[in-house]
Structure formats: structure tokens, C-alpha cells
Design a protein around this ligand. Sequence first.
Ligand SMILES: [Zn+2]
Length: 191
Amino acid sequence: MGNNGNRVDPRTGAHPAQTASGRRRVLLLNASWEPLGAVAFHRAVVLLVGGKAELVAGEAEGRLLHSEHRVVPAPSVIQLCVYVHVPFRARAPMTRAGLMGRDRHRCVYCGARADTIDHVVPRSRGGGHGWENCVACCGPCNRRKADRLLEELGWRLPAAPSAPRGRHFGLLAGAVAPDPQWLPYLGEGAA
Ligand SMILES: [Zn+2]
């Protein structure tokens, strides 16, 4: 879409939406437009060529892929033609990157840039290591809080911490650098 930085490099095939190992990924949307996840590039091409999915966004001006039966634009976002019911999925495991993403890299206590993780109920006092008890925290707040409870400090949380919602969250928690073309389909979590 006129974004040169988003094109496949014709010599190397390099593309912004790559995993750390360099494999390109494609955003897969359900027929309901709900993001389902990132699939391998070759898997996306198989879905397209097999008529299981349609191209939503791709390298329209870029390289064309010559499959056995037809020619398709190199996809960035594809959509399943038929809705698939996705059963309840286990929530995302808590990771440092995921936690920082949820809290926008801001200390929940003072709003400064966060570079530590605070256990709201300290582990030494029985607090768990999970989404509900961990928050992004700046170093000074973390040191001041130490092993005390919020009530003992008179501190409050702006909101009860919880697991991030949205099946695509894991995509954005550091596992995959999202292709800019994905962002319109990922909703608020993409910011
Ligand atoms: Zn702070």
C-alpha cells in the first residue's frame, strides 16, 4: 500500500513480519475477522491456493508467488472463507514481554517507565507469579515497596491486574514482530 518498507526484498525474501529465526509469518483471520494467529508463510499460501482462505492484504505491488496452479500475491493477511469455531483457548502464559505490553511499559504506581516486575503481594508473603499478581514497575517504586503490601504503604492499583484478553495477544507479546499490515486487524492490543 505504498509503503516501501513493507515490501518483500526481491533478492532475499526478507520481510518485516518475521520471527527471530527469519521465517516469515502471515496473520490468519477467522471468517468473522477475528485474528486467529500467525501462520507460516507456506501454510498461508496453501490455504489461499486451496481456496480455504482469501487474501486480505498482501504485497499487491510486490513479488508474485507462482504456485503449481495459479499465481497469488505474497500474503500479509488472509481470512478463512468458512468460520471455524475456536474452543476456549488456554490463556497466554505470563512472560516479561507480555506483562510489559499489558501495562504499556509504565509503572502502575507512578507512571514512570517500567523496567522491573513487581509482585503486588510479595512472593515472600505468599503472592503468586501470575498475571493477577504481577505488574510493571519502575525501579524506585519496586525498591520502596520491597516486601510490603499495598495497604501497608497506602498505595493503590489503578485496576486489578488480569490476564490480557484477545487471542492475538501472544502475537504481540514479543513472539512475532507484527507486520504493519496486520495492525488494522488486531484492534486495540496492537497499539
Ligand atoms: Zn514507579
